[in-house]
Ligand binder design. Structure first.
Ligand SMILES: *[C@@H]1O[C@H](CO)[C@@H](O)[C@H](O)[C@H]1NC(C)=O
Ligand SMILES: *[C@@H]1O[C@H](CO)[C@@H](O)[C@H](O)[C@H]1NC(C)=O
Ligand SMILES: *[C@@H]1O[C@H](CO)[C@@H](O)[C@H](O)[C@H]1NC(C)=O
Ligand SMILES: *[C@@H]1O[C@H](CO)[C@@H](O)[C@H](O)[C@H]1NC(C)=O
Ligand SMILES: *[C@@H]1O[C@H](CO)[C@@H](O)[C@H](O)[C@H]1NC(C)=O
Ligand SMILES: *[C@@H]1O[C@H](CO)[C@@H](O)[C@H](O)[C@H]1NC(C)=O
Ligand SMILES: *[C@@H]1O[C@H](CO)[C@@H](O)[C@H](O)[C@H]1NC(C)=O
Length: 389
C-alpha cells in the first residue's frame, strides 16, 4: 500500500535542485534591472530593444543624481513600477494665481500612445482654493467633464485632513480614459479672499499620498513650490488589445511565462500575468516564476513536527516517519500509526485460513462418515445374503 508513495518520494529526491528564487532577477538576462534605486521589472526596460516589450520602454537619465526614470522618451517621470499592473509617475499641478498676473490655468496629460490609463481606484481629481472653478476633462476612450467649485471666506472654517468641499474638494474619476485636461478659473478673481488665498490649484493625484492641510491654501504659490509643481499619480498598465479569452497562449507575443496565469486587468485595458500558486518571481519573463521552497519557511507549510517536509514543483508534501501514514499536515489527517491495518490483514488471513481448514475438516469428516456407513450397509447386506452371522 505504501509503495506508490515511496516511489513518489524517490522521484522527488532525484529531481535537480531548482534555482533559489531569492537571487532571481526581475529584468531580462543581460539587461539593467534598476535606474538609480528604482527597480525595473520586465516588460519594462531600457537600452537594448530586447530588454523591454514593445510599448514598455522607459528612459533612465543618468545626468541627474540619483538618475531619473521617464516613460518612453516623454518628460513623464516614473517613481515606482509594480509588477501587478500599476506604476506611479509625477503629474503637473495646475495653478491659477491672481495677486500677480500669473496664470497657468490649464494642463494636459496624454497617454494615448502608451498601454496605460489613469487608475480610477487610486486617483482623485483634487482642487484647492477659496474662489475656485475647476474642471477635469477626459477623453481618449471615454469622454467626460467633471469638477469642483468652491467659495470660502476665511481659514477658520478649513479643517486639516478634511478635503470635503471647504477649501479642498475631491471627486472620483471614471475608468478607461487616456488623456485629460485640467481647466482652472475663479468666480471673483480671488478678490474677496486675496489676503489669505491668492491661488487655486487643481490636479489628479494618488489619493493615498494627498492629505489636505490648511497650510496648502495660504501663501503665494506655496503649495506649488513645496511640491516642485508635481504630485504623484497612479497609472494602470496592461498588455493591451487582448483579453485572457482571446490572447493565444501559443503566440510568440503572449506575455505570460511558464508557471504563470493570465488575468484580465481590472480597468478593462487588457490582460496581466501572475505567477501560479506555489511560484514567485516575474511572470512576464519566460522562466520568471520560480518554485517557492515552502519547506524553508515554516509559515509556508503546515507539516506536522514529526513529518518531513519535501519540496515539490509548485507545492510540497509532508512525509510521515516509517510506521505511520497520512498526509502529515497539521490541518489534515496528520501521521497515524499503521499497525492496526496490518493486524486487520492478519486477522482476515487467519480467519480465511481457519475457515478453509474448517470446511476441509467437515468435508473430510462427512466423507469418512458416509463411506463408513456405506461399508456398514454393505456388510449388513452381505451378512443378510449369506444367512446371518
Ligand atoms: C537628461 O536630463 C538633462 C536635464 O536634467 C537633459 O539636459 C538631458 O538632455 C537628458 N538626457 C537625455 C538623454 O534625455
Ligand atoms: C469622444 O469625443 C470625440 C470627439 O470629440 C469622438 O470622436 C469620440 O468618438 C468620442 N468618444 C467616445 C467614447 O464617445
Ligand atoms: C493644520 O496643520 C498645520 C501644519 O500642517 C498647522 O500649522 C496648523 O496649526 C493646523 N491647524 C489646525 C486647525 O489644526
Ligand atoms: C492627515 O493630516 C492630519 C493632520 O494634519 C492627520 O490627523 C491625519 O491623520 C492625516 N491623515 C492621513 C491619512 O495621513
Ligand atoms: C479580444 O477581445 C477584446 C474584448 O472582447 C476585443 O476588444 C479585442 O479586439 C479582441 N482582440 C482580438 C485580437 O481579437
Ligand atoms: C496572484 O497569485 C497569488 C497566488 O499565486 C494570489 O494569492 C493572488 O491573489 C493573485 N493575484 C491576482 C491579482 O490575481
Ligand atoms: C484547512 O485547510 C483548508 C484549505 O486548505 C481550509 O479551508 C480550512 O479552513 C483549514 N482548517 C483549519 C482548521 O485550519
Amino acid at each position: 500500500m505504501a509503495l506508490p508513495f515511496l516511489l513518489l518520494q524517490l522521484l522527488i529526491l532525484l529531481l535537480p535542485p531548482l534555482a533559489a528564487s531569492s537571487t532571481a532577477s526581475f529584468a531580462k538576462p543581460g539587461c539593467e534591472d534598476k535606474c538609480g534605486n528604482i527597480p525595473i521589472p520586465y516588460p519594462f526596460g531600457f537600452g537594448d530593444p530586447k530588454c523591454y516589450r514593445n510599448g514598455y520602454m522607459v528612459t533612465c537619465n543618468h545626468t541627474s543624481n540619483p538618475p531619473k526614470l521617464y516613460l518612453s522618451d516623454s518628460n513623464v517621470e516614473v517613481v515606482e513600477i509594480s509588477s501587478l499592473g500599476q506604476l506611479r509617475t509625477k503629474s503637473l499641478v495646475s495653478y491659477d494665481c491672481y495677486d500677480q498676473t500669473n496664470d497657468h490655468g490649464s494642463i494636459s496629460f496624454n497617454l494615448e500612445d502608451f498601454p496605460y490609463t489613469f487608475s480610477d481606484t487610486r486617483n482623485k481629481f483634487t482642487a484647492i482654493g477659496c474662489d475656485t472653478i475647476s474642471n477635469l476633462i477626459g477623453f481618449q476612450g471615454r469622454n467626460f467633464t467633471s469638477g469642483c467649485n468652491m467659495l470660502c471666506i476665511d481659514t477658520q472654517s478649513l479643517v486639516n485632513g478634511s478635503c470635503s468641499g471647504i477649501g479642498c474638494c475631491q471627486t472620483s474619476i471614471p475608468k478607461g480614459f487616456k488623456h485629460f485636461i485640467v481647466d482652472l478659473g475663479s468666480f471673483y478673481r480671488h478678490n474677496f479672499v486675496m489676503d489669505f488665498n491668492p491661488c487655486s490649484y487643481a490636479f489628479l493625484v494618488d489619493s493615498d499620498w494627498f492629505n489636505f492641510s490648511v497650510h496648502d491654501i495660504v501663501g503665494y504659490m506655496d503649495f506649488f513650490n513645496r511640491n516642485e509643481g508635481m504630485v504623484p499619480i497612479v497609472l494602470d498598465w496592461a498588455i493591451e488589445g487582448y483579453t485572457c479569452g482571446n490572447a493565444s497562449t501559443s503566440d510568440l507575443n503572449y506575455a505570460c511565462g511558464k508557471n504563470s496565469e493570465c488575468f484580465n486587468s481590472p480597468n478593462g485595458l487588457g490582460y496581466l500575468c501572475n505567477c501560479s500558486q506555489g511560484y514567485q518571481g516575474n511572470p512576464y519573463l519566460s522562466d520568471g516564476c520560480q518554485d517557492i521552497d515552502e519547506c524553508m519557511d515554516p509559515t509556508k507549510n503546515d507539516c506536522q513536527a514529526k513529518s518531513r517536509c519535501i519540496n515539490t514543483p509548485g507545492s510540497y508534501i509532508c512525509s510521515c516517519p516509517p510506521g505511520a501514514q497520512g498526509d502529515g499536515r497539521r490541518n489534515g489527517t496528520g501521521c497515524l500509526a499503521t499497525p492496526k491495518k496490518q493486524s486487520h490483514l492478519i486477522q482476515i488471513c487467519l480467519g480465511l485460513g481457519f475457515g478453509v481448514f474448517f470446511v476441509l475438516f467437515i468435508s473430510t469428516w462427512l466423507y469418512w462418515g458416509i463411506k463408513k456407513r456405506n461399508q456398514n450397509k454393505c456388510r449388513e447386506n452381505y451378512i443378510q445374503q449369506n444367512g446371518g452371522l
